[in-house]
Design a protein around this ligand. Sequence first.
Ligand code: A2P
Length: 360
Amino acid sequence: MTSAGMQPTTTRRTTHPTVAIVGATGAVGQEFLRVLDQRGFPLGGLKLLASARSAGKSVEFQGKPIVIDELTEQSFGGVDIALFSAGGSISKQYAQAATDAGAIVVDNSSAFRMTDGVPLVVPEVNPEAITAANIGLAEGQVPGVIANPNCSTIIMLLAVTPIHRAVGVKRLVVSTYQAASGAGAAAMAELEQQTREVLAGDEPTCDIFPQQYAFNLFSHNSPLKENGYNEEELKMVHETHKIWGQAEDTKTAITATCIRVPVMRAHAESINLTLERPLTEEQAGKLLADAPGVSLIDDRAGNRFPTPLDASHVDDVFVGRIRHDLSQPGGQGLDLFVCGDQVRKGAALNAVQIAELLLD
Ligand code: A2P
């Protein structure tokens, strides 16, 4: 996609947009349909797009079958908002065609997240990032492409941003426990298949990941960089700085370790913070209880804290284990444990919330 495609050439806003879903057969694509339906999104029309393999099949939406079309450059005529979730290479290949046809692209891939001029948006955190005046656009204009952040970043920022806003986060250390869904529908199917195979005493099939996934865990499958970090970890670092609008000299120090665990669809994250100013556990709990999109499960007496199953198929991100870090005296060290549905708030819900910000 050329930088011209990033330009705000599309300014069409409508009360009832025609929406295209690119990658409609995938794990996130299917969730888009559920979220649009459940939120009563005011659809003017709906176009489902996937590969030639799926063309002609139909998917049920609000009781009616909708035929899936093959994605081509001609797919976007009459489309107002295109929700892309078919991987970065498809976004790079087709986003330009969508914006040329007058659609606003909400892209779920990492293709444009760090591109200058492309807002990276978590609606509870930085909705102002798509407001014309804030990004140098004329009144009424919107950017051609808006990026949906990485799922682990979104889930982390729902919990950490209220604390950052209140007392400042100087340093953040996050360790993730990431579900199969982040690697797509095929990875979820492989986890299920391997679980059956291992229980039956058979050799597990390893088509998606090179090593056994069921009854195991491993370092995130994204490519490793020369500095030893994988791409997922670096996304959490760089995307957070962009979403929080931090300039070079004000950046929160962030490090991440991302691990794939044999859980179907909700990510968990252990987060350790060093705060600019002290915060009591009670104050942290209150900030999080009041935060949009966040629910607490923090029952010390019952030893009951968030689990991926609590978060699965649910909009809110769950937070618990809110406690002072013993190794950082003075009330400036805080630990949190967070669980969020990767497919929903980590992807489809966040993108649909962005689309809602575009409604007239
Ligand atoms: P298809 O089912 O036709 O392959 P997931 O992330 O769950 O693996 O889903 C990936 C999504 O991206 C699916 O909807 C898939 O469609 C779609 N996709 C993959 N390759 C292409 C392509 N070349 N053109 C259009 N859609 C594609």
